[in-house]
Design a binder for this molecule. Structure first.
Ligand SMILES: NC(=O)C1=CN([C@@H]2O[C@H](COP(=O)(O)OP(=O)(O)OC[C@H]3O[C@@H](n4cnc5c(N)ncnc54)[C@H](OP(=O)(O)O)[C@@H]3O)[C@@H](O)[C@H]2O)C=CC1
Ligand SMILES: O=C(O)CCCC(=O)O
Length: 479
């Protein structure tokens, strides 16, 4: 069993009160790790360390910072098999998916090592002959990064790689259910030689208090969060008191519109990828499938055939496509959504049941038809492997129903008609649109949502903006 302490100021230290908590494998219920349960004083110490490390880190050249980021990238890649196994053991996703996430996570370090050198300012023509106008981009300062359990590596690196590249120092608060990957990454950052205090990792079982300490502290200038919309709203309110910069990647309710001209086999394959990745536990997973009425039956038949080939089981075993859900609440939610849909007239074409034993919860990949918009599954984020199919008659109706949600993270459509693809993607009120593509996430593109799905973007050149302040310097040319 793995044992980890807190990573603060370049050192591994126990919690101030010596307390620890265990990490459980969601596929077996076994305890796989024991980590320190941070006290409020430990969190303050991490802020202090990040604050002290900031001036030196910010003053280094971009080339210098890039060297550390590149080393971190290489170390993560060199340890990808080990990191993937660790991730599967605490999160449950199938091993190949975990390895894909590790590579994706490393990719943010590679990208931002390069991007660090391209933080450009501006010079602006002045309206007086003896004046000059300069615009500088400077790191925002100490950053608190609060991350979820569904992507134990990539949600950390997508935040901290641009933060470090910009010259910020960070305190990471990983999810309670998946701290081991975060702590192993911290060991690799230490091995990469990233200076003491530049990255700190605090783990704990009292997220509200840890959050409050990070958010109340005026030395923390930015909070970046991925998780539920409910907690995101709380964080935004708390950040207001010290006017921190805020980035929020929150819940989603992604529609997938399949038009009548679609290649049904290929469209179903994209829906499958988007819907069942990580057992449906991603914020960009398809939640609502709108299929044109003329092809709905044929599409459902093809999707069911593909879904029935998915193997559910322990993600460590070869050939498994769908791992366990993260906990009992997740299984209960998926079950509630299926039950509610059936009570309101939907039909289960495949799946529909949970398999729970003690603390271990699997859910059969499920396809529902006859779904209508008042069903829970069409309104709340399911975060589970349930694919609800509803029918539509025309383009306007599909767009109106797709946009009828407080969320605005990802949306998908499948068509061979280019004009329609462009027209529809322009009208969808979402931060990410996949045209014939169920997996648009990639390091160089802006990831983020509109409406209640959040604020700000992560990834690519846009992700760097979130960690920079703009300073205007006005110069009068007096001798
Ligand atoms: N956008 C996304 O990618 C995600 C969306 N979700 C959605 O949210 C639902 C609930 O998932 P859940 O894991 O509970 O998500 P949360 O929003 O509760 O957790 C995300 C992170 O925030 C921390 N946190 C929780 N409460 C606070 C607080 N008051 N102040 C500061 N930090 C806090 C958590 O810590 P701790 O782990 O200790 O609770 C975790 O590190 C899911 O079913 C799904 O619908 C969930 C995860 C990711
Ligand atoms: O669920 C999330 O919050 C992140 C989705 C991972 C990705 O596609 O980048």
């Amino acid at each position: 069993m793995l044992k980890y302490q807190l990573y603060i100021n370049g050192e591994w230290i126990p919690s101030g009160n010596g307390r620890t908590f265990s990490v459980t494998n969601p596929a077996t219920g076994e305890i796989v790790g024991e980590v320190a349960d941070a006290t409020t004083e430990d969190v303050r110490r991490a802020v202090e360390a990040a604050h002290r490390a900031f001036p030196d880190w910010a003053a280094r050249t971009a080339w210098d910072r890039a060297t550390y980021l590149r080393r971190a990238y290489e170390l993560i890649m060199a340890h990808q098999d080990e990191l993937a196994e660790l991730m599967t053991s605490e999160q449950g996703k199938p091993l190949p998916e975990a390895k894909g996430e590790v590579q994706y996570a490393a990719g943010f370090f590679e990208w931002y090592a390069e991007e660090a050198k391209r933080i450009y300012g501006d010079t602006i023509p002045a309206s007086h002959p003896d004046k000059r106008i300069l615009v500088l981009r400077q790191p925002v300062g100490v950053v608190a990064a609060i991350t979820p359990w569904n992507f134990p590596a990539a949600m950390i690196t997508r935040k901290i790689a641009p933060a470090l590249a910009a010259g910020c120092t960070v305190i990471v608060k990983p999810a309670e259910q998946t701290p081991l990957t975060a702590l192993r990454l911290a060991e690799l950052f230490q091995e990469a030689g990233i200076p003491a205090g530049v990255v700190n990792v605090v783990t704990g079982t009292d997220p509200r208090t840890i959050g409050e300490i990070l958010l109340r502290d005026e030395r923390v200038r930015k909070v970046t969060f991925t998780g539920s919309t409910e907690v995101g709203k709380l964080i935004m309110r708390q950040a207001a008191d010290t006017m921190k910069k805020v980035s929020l990647e929150l819940g989603g309710h992604a529609p997938f519109i399949v038009f009548e001209d679609a290649d049904l086999e290929k469209a179903a394959r994209e829906v499958l990828t988007s819907k069942f990745r990580n057992a449906g536990q991603t914020c960009v997973c398809t939640n609502r499938i709108y299929v044109h009425e003329t092809i709905a039956d044929a599409f459902a038949e093809i999707l069911v055939k593909q879904v029935e080939q998915l193997r559910v089981g322990n993600g460590m075993e070869a050939g498994v496509d769908i791992g366990p859900l993260i906990d009992g609440q997740a299984a209960e939610k998926a079950e509630r959504h299926v039950r509610d849909a059936v009570e309101k007239g939907a039909r289960v074409l495949t799946g529909g049941h949970r398999r729970s034993e003690g603390d271990v919860h699997f859910f059969e990949p499920t396809v529902l038809v006859g779904v209508t918009d008042e069903m829970l599954v069409q309104r709340e984020e399911t975060f589970g492997p349930v694919a609800p199919i509803a029918v539509f008659r025309d383009e306007d109706e599909a767009i109106r129903r797709a946009n009828d949600t407080p969320y605005g993270l990802a949306a998908y459509l499948y068509t061979r008609n280019l004009a329609r693809a462009i027209r529809v993607s322009e009208r969808l009120e979402y931060g990410i649109v996949g045209i014939n593509d169920g997996l648009p996430s990639t390091v160089q593109a802006p990831f983020g949502g509109m409406k209640e799905s959040g604020i700000g973007r992560e990834g690519g050149k846009y992700g760097m903006e979130e960690f920079l302040e703009t300073k205007y310097v006005s110069v009068r040319l007096h001798d």
